[in-house]
Design a protein around this ligand. Structure first.
Ligand code: SAM
Length: 239
């Protein structure tokens, strides 16, 4: 039986939790939560009473050693974040790496994460994509955007509603005006909305509104002229 479970939780709609996630949360000895208050509400809603311990970006380094010891003693631990899949733009990576280094078994349950429905609803190619998460806010932002100019895969970004318009303006500047993009807001919630179009079209849509809610931006990759299978075969024969 695994020692650590990463358990995805709903990104809005409370029905989006799997039967296995509920069972695991009931079976483990300890639940690590990014915010014990937020997760406390969910656990109460699910009728689960388990010891909850805070595990967030500011304390995860310090608690690793003790958690590894606890798991070596045979205790089972679940990690949840405020919403979605732990370790996806949330704490988790450090603990997973520490477990693997300590030969402890890790299981990640499949479940809600914001970028998958946003990618699918964008209508942009989903066969190859790059998940960029949050862009650096100040230092390194320019270099990061420059590094993406020639990216041909669909790009996915997490963004706050307060920075959405500024970020779309910057995308226009770095990626040009003719790329298609998509903004998904409040996925799985009552006011869920996805707007697809050029950067300008999306900016026009949101310019007059006071923006609230959680946001994923999906951007078309740079167009590359790929040789078709037949062109490549023809070239092979000639060569
Ligand atoms: N672990 C989460 C996941 O698996 O998607 C991501 C956590 S990250 C701290 C929070 C960001 O995810 C938000 O700022 C937003 O960009 C995105 N997000 C989370 N829930 C969302 C929702 N319901 N609709 C749109 N975006 C969402």
């Amino acid at each position: 039986m695994p020692h650590l479970y990463l358990v995805p939780t709903p990104i809005g709609n409370l029905e989006d939790i799997t039967l296995r996630a509920i069972r695991i949360l009931k079976e483990v000895d300890l639940i690590l939560a990014e915010d014990t208050r937020t997760s406390g509400f969910l656990l109460k809603h699910l009728g689960i009473t388990k010891p909850l311990q805070s595990h967030h970006a500011f304390n995860e380094h310090q608690s690793l050693e003790k958690l590894i010891k606890t798991m070596h003693e045979g205790k089972k631990i679940a990690l949840v974040s405020d919403a979605g899949t732990p370790a996806i733009s949330d704490p988790g990576f450090l603990l997973v790496r520490a477990c693997l280094q300590a030969s402890l078994e890790v299981e990640c349950l499949p479940g809600p994460t914001a970028f998958v429905p946003a990618l699918v609803k964008s209508g942009l190619p989903s066969d190859r994509f790059t998940f960029e998460g949050f862009l650096p806010q100040k230092k390194g932002r320019k270099t990061h955007l420059e590094s993406l100019i020639n990216e041909s895969r669909t790009m996915i970004f997490y963004e706050s509603p307060f920075r959405l318009l500024k970020t779309l303006e910057q995308f226009k500047e770095y990626f040009g005006t003719d790329r298609q993009a998509s903004v998904s807001r409040e996925l799985t919630k009552m006011f869920e909305e996805t707007v697809n179009g050029t950067f300008d079209e999306i900016i026009t849509h949101y310019n007059t509104k006071t923006l609230k809610g959680e946001i994923v931006i999906v951007v078309e990759g740079k167009k590359v002229t790929r040789k078709s299978k037949y062109e490549a075969e023809e070239e092979d024969q000639e060569g």
